[in-house]
Design a protein around this ligand. Structure first.
Ligand SMILES: *Cc1c(COP(=O)(O)O)cnc(C)c1O
Length: 394
């Protein structure tokens, strides 16, 4: 008999009842160090006092009014995202997939608007993940996710991640945009070289394409800059954000330059919930914390400390870890043993939560508020798990 919750997930048999900072507590009283963060989403950890207070107070005042009216909290967040990024304008939605849907619509509408209506195709990358809606499934490079769900949404192709020759060769006179994750998460923690991102900017400019970055997972401070592409010193035309943006509250955003958004006008896109006062208060509060002087520097420092401990693991445990990867606090290891074995040992023996990824990788996604002591605690568990698995493999 089917479960009352539709069986779309393979779930781990643990339930949590509360969290505090980087820790989660189960209903039966066990404590876990949460380096999964609801898949890179609880950017400020759990029960962050400022975030919980702001959400509670806003809920007591006003949750939702719809976009029939002006929403001051939405205007404030848009102003701040514009002031701190390449963007000139922002559309708010409720999830990562919706932020990609919006990005695709903005890009196609731009080409239509400038008199190039045949330019509708989006070039994506291998190992990409952009969401589970019909269009974002077509943008995602995983056939298994599409099987049985009918015809693909037309206009999406895939070229090897990191390969500029393939990208150039894929451009034709029907291409509207390039869509890339500066750091792929689901796809196995694959970091785009900065020179690759810079060259994508040049290709887009050369051929009149828009450059879309999917920063749903790697953005909002996770790499030690507000947006991951900032490391490359270039800007996209459109950026999709979600996950860490709300610190656990569902919210997504499409950031766009004035040029990229020039085709958009009232009535062309919308969302009932998108940008409601409660979601905007959550995101404004996350932004308050992330933009505080020193916060991103702290993320960068902590990430480098973590990397120095993670990087030697492949040499120390060649039978367990193939390589260490990542940028900022979007870290991972490619495993030699099945990644699920390492994930299970970390969870069951060392009370450390991590997330699997493609390419037999394991993602390490701590909240951005961790201290080096939490890194040490996690590393003790990771090293002990590696010792155990190496002994088992030998
Ligand atoms: C999670 C994710 C998405 C989809 O976000 P949802 O909120 O699950 O719809 C899209 N792109 C990337 C890079 C992601 O990591």
């Amino acid at each position: 008999m089917v479960t009352s919750v539709m069986p779309t997930y393979g779930r781990i048999d643990i339930a949590f009842e509360r969290g505090e900072g980087p820790y989660l507590y189960t209903t039966d009283g066990r404590r876990f160090l949460d380096f999964a963060t609801g898949i890179a989403t609880n950017s400020l950890g759990h029960a962050h006092p400022r975030l919980t207070k702001a959400i509670a107070e806003q809920a007591g005042r006003l949750m939702h009014v719809s976009n029939l009216y002006r929403i001051p909290e939405q205007e404030r967040l848009a102003d701040r995202l514009v002031a701190t990024s390449f963007a000139d304008t922002v559309f708010f939605c409720n999830s990562g997939a919706e932020s990609l849907e919006g990005s695709i619509k903005v890009a196609r509408r731009y080409q239509f608007h400038i008199g190039q209506p045949q330019r509708t195709k989006i070039i994506c990358c291998t190992h990409s993940f952009h969401g589970r809606t019909m269009a974002t499934l077509s943008a995602t490079d995983k056939e298994a996710y599409r099987e049985g769900f009918g015809p693909r949404v037309q206009g999406f192709s895939h070229v090897a991640f990191g390969n500029l020759n393939e990208m150039r060769a894929a451009v034709d006179d029907e291409t509207a945009a390039i869509l890339v994750e500066p750091v792929q998460g689901e796809g196995g923690v694959n970091v785009a070289p900065l020179a690759y991102l810079q060259a994508l900017r040049e290709i887009a400019d050369e051929f009149g394409l828009l450059l879309i970055f999917d920063e749903v997972q790697c953005g909002m401070g996770r790499t030690g800059k507000l947006w991951a592409h900032e490391w490359a010193g270039i800007a996209p035309d459109i950026l999709a954000s979600a996950k860490g943006l709300g610190g656990g509250f569902p919210v997504g955003a499409v950031l766009a330059s004035e040029k990229a958004a020039s085709g958009m006008k009232p009535g062309l896109h919308g969302s009932t919930y998108g940008g409601n006062p409660l979601a905007m208060t959550a995101a404004n509060t996350v932004l308050d914390v992330v933009l505080e002087p020193g916060f991103l520097e702290h993320v960068d420092r902590t990430a480098r400390y973590f990397w120095d401990k993670l990087a030697p693991l492949p040499k120390r445990f060649p039978g367990v870890i193939a390589d260490a990867r990542g940028a900022g606090l979007l870290l991972g290891v490619k495993c030699v043993v099945p990644n699920g074995d390492l994930q299970t040992r970390l969870r069951e023996d060392h009370n450390l939560l991590t997330v699997g990824a493609a390419d037999n990788a394991l993602r390490i996604l701590p909240p951005l508020i961790i201290e080096t002591s939490h890194v040490d605690e996690a590393m003790a568990g990771i090293e002990a798990a590696c010792v155990g698995l190496a002994r088992h493999a030998a």
